[in-house]
Design a protein around this ligand. Structure first.
Ligand code: SF4
Length: 680
């Protein structure tokens, strides 16, 4: 047997573990790594079972091309030749922006870098994006505007150093279990104060000093209410505000309009809850904000993020261990995919495509001319453009928009209307049903590379076994395609060579190399070969110089309950499954634990509607209907339904609304109006 240390392919915590391979080269298990800086010898249930899907019989093992409506086996030559020919032809007929590229938060940094390089250098379009659009695009924009950097300010170890933690819109023990453990340890062992602001009675609420259940979508009012109390009671950090920030007068003016009584009325809580929480947070020596998609997935997601940043600056809680604004990134490499510029407005390291100097730099580095200057389509606007017939071709690498994007029927219409769809993935998905060409990709256990975790830690991913069938690493596929398109600037000997190029053009990764991260990953910014990496951002100075207060007014969600649709539907994830279920639903144990689509329903609502525990019911919105099993529980408040989105046979995103934050273009997954009726 051999053991190969690698990084977990599930959540953004970035745990390291060993893949165990038998003497016939077969992957047989996972073992924790006691020496790993984050995991420290522990894993959650997903990590323990991260080997199950690798050899699942459903794996894609050879390229497929649609002929006469049927997907037929093809050679790599045939498949890549067809892709090169069709994409060039479509661009010749409809312009460069008729083609868009979806990159992937599950693939490596090197592969995301190459996907954006392929889109920009070869196909001359900035329409490249990935699923960060659906989870944390509001973080990237909101924190970049206020702090100058759109990433988690602190480190996972800081979770054990804070005196007070405000967790809002993050079910941490279920979605980032090993980060949840750190928070629980800090509360139980060190007596840290914990404020959980979440509409659901999540597990953390059981040990919280305060559990505040605001109405879904009222976060700005809640945070403004806290800041109103802090300012009116003189609890703000005057020195920090004076020396480290700007635009404070504007913040004062806006939050003055949110006294606790008014904020509480909007949020459906009591003024005393706001006053007590404000005092608790402001009184702490080191206070930290932890949030996730409950904050970001709103039509006002950017305002929510800015309000978190405002609260941290108001109380002087930025730039020190145990403080900060800490968005927890959902997927293994969603941070890295953003860092690598798989976004329509930036190259790697957040260098803007609209900046002529940045374009010139990348033109020189890549040996090309005329890189496009216009910001491209996002994941969400690309789907809208396809539905309108404006976008003609889509290259989808490791994404599953049929399951992950809002309003599934709209996505179906969009995919059907496209002239040419390429899907590159490890398994067939509801999205690959629309593909003209399917390319089989190697999974994380079958290739080398790096992932960047939520705490900005760049870590190695290592090949433990050979790819199944004819599957190839995404980086090899992309390089081969670039060559067939006549571009010689994407020829590399190994992923390590790609990282060397990334380091050369990406200042925040300037000091990263495979040698340096062989044992312990490095946290960016890591500016040069001597730089030790950065565990806490904005120490002494914000990335943008002064921190910018950017106050926001409360605006209601787009689709609120009404007589016909009396419930608020909120979507999210459950403990045993991951995102669109492509991998976890092919894990024997994980799927056994949670096998059916379900929704949570408050006992009073269940009684009124005559729906019992584990009874099937139809959940309906203005977009469609889904059959799912009722879970009767006071985890949700009366009038609210919660539904995970992992289940193909009961897809929650058939129900969600395609309403977008005007800046980040992130959909409003957390609030839409719904009704239910028994299925029996
Ligand atoms: Fe993997 Fe996240 Fe679990 Fe760690 S906490 S083992 S990274 S899923």
């Amino acid at each position: 047997m051999k053991k190969v240390i690698t990084t977990c392919p599930y959540c953004g915590t970035g745990c390291g573990f060993y893949l165990v391979v038998d003497d016939e080269g077969k992957l047989i298990g996972v073992e924790p790594a006691g020496e790993h800086v984050v995991a420290q010898g522990q894993l959650c249930v997903k990590g323990w079972n991260a080997h199950h899907f690798v050899n699942h019989p459903d794996r894609l093992t050879q390229p497929l091309i649609r002929k006469d409506g049927k997907l037929e086996p093809a050679s790599w030559d045939e498949a890549l030749g067809l892709i090169a020919e069709k994409l060039k032809d479509i661009q010749a007929r409809h312009g460069n922006d008729a083609v868009a590229f979806f990159s992937s938060a599950k693939t490596t940094n090197e592969e995301n870098y190459l996907m954006m390089k392929l889109a920009r250098a070869v196909f001359k379009t900035n329409s490249v994006d990935h699923c960060a659009r659906l989870c944390h695009s509001s973080t990237v924009l909101g924190l970049a505007a206020t702090f100058g950097s759109g990433a988690m300010t602190n480190s996972i170890s800081c979770m054990e150093q804070a005196d007070c933690i405000l967790v809002t819109g993050s079910n941490t023990p279920e979605q980032h279990p090993l980060i949840g453990t750190r928070i629980i340890n800090n509360v139980k062992k060190n007596g840290a104060k914990l404020i959980v602001a979440d509409n659901r009675r999540i597990r953390l609420a059981r040990i919280a000093d305060m559990h505040i259940r605001c109405k879904n979508g009222t976060d700005v009012a809640f945070l403004n209410g806290l800041m109103n109390v802090i300012i009116s009671q003189g609890l703000e950090d005057k020195k920090f505000i004076e020396t480290r920030t700007e635009n404070y007068d504007e913040l004062k003016k806006i939050v003055a309009d949110y006294p606790p009584e008014k904020a509480a009325e909007i949020c459906g809580i009591t003024p005393d809850e706001i006053i007590e929480a404000a005092r608790m947070f402001a009184a702490a020596d080191k206070a930290m904000i932890v949030y996730s998609m409950g904050i970001t997935q709103h039509t006002h997601g950017v305002d929510n993020v800015k309000s978190c940043a405002n609260l941290a600056m108001l109380t002087g809680n930025v730039g020190l261990p145990g403080t900060g604004v800490n968005p927890l990134r959902g997927q293994n490499n969603v941070q890295g995919a953003c860092d690598m510029g798989a976004l329509p407005n930036v190259y790697s390291g957040y260098q803007k495509v609209t900046d002529p100097a940045a374009r010139e730099k990348f033109e020189k580095a890549w040996g090309v001319e005329n890189l496009p200057a216009e910001v491209g389509h996002t994941v969400t606007t690309a789907i809208n453009a396809a539905a309108e017939g404006e976008l003609k071709a889509l290259y989808i690498l490791g994404e599953n928009p049929m399951m992950s994007d809002p309003d599934q029927n709209h996505v179906r219409e969009a995919l059907e209307r496209l002239e040419f769809v390429i899907v590159q993935d490890i398994f067939p998905t509801p999205t690959s049903e629309f593909a003209d060409v399917i390319l089989p990709a190697a999974c994380y256990a079958e290739k080398d590379g790096t992932f960047t975790s939520t705490e900005r830690r760049v870590q190695r991913v290592r090949k433990a076994v050979e790819p199944v069938g004819q599957a190839r690493s995404d980086w090899e596929i992309l390089c081969d395609l670039a060559k067939r398109c006549g571009y010689d600037g994407m020829q590399y000997g190994s992923p390590s060579d790609i990282m060397d190029e990334i380091a050369a053009v990406t200042p925040i990764y300037g000091g990263i190399s495979y040698d340096r991260i062989d044992k312990v990953g490095l946290q960016w910014p890591c500016l040069d070969k001597e730089h030790p990496g950065t565990s806490v951002l904005h120490a002494g100075k914000f990335s943008r110089g002064l921190g910018m207060f950017m106050p926001a007014e409360y605006t209601p969600s787009v689709e609120l309950p009404c007589e016909e649709y009396p419930f608020v539907l909120s979507t999210g994830r459950c403990y045993f499954h991951f995102h669109t279920g492509t991998m976890t639903r092919r894990s024997r144990l994980l799927d056994r634990e949670e096998r059916f689509p379900y929704f949570e329903l408050h006992p009073d609502d269940a009684k009124e509607l005559g729906i019992g525990e584990r009874q099937w019911a139809f959940v309906t919105t203005r977009r469609g209907e889904v059959k799912a099993m009722a879970r009767v529980t006071d985890v949700v408040v009366k009038g609210v339904l919660f539904m995970p989105f992992h289940f193909e046979e009961g897809p929650a995103n058939r129900l969600t609304i395609n309403a977008l934050d005007p800046v980040a273009k992130i959909p409003e997954y957390k609030v839409c109006a719904a009704k239910i009726r028994s299925a029996s």
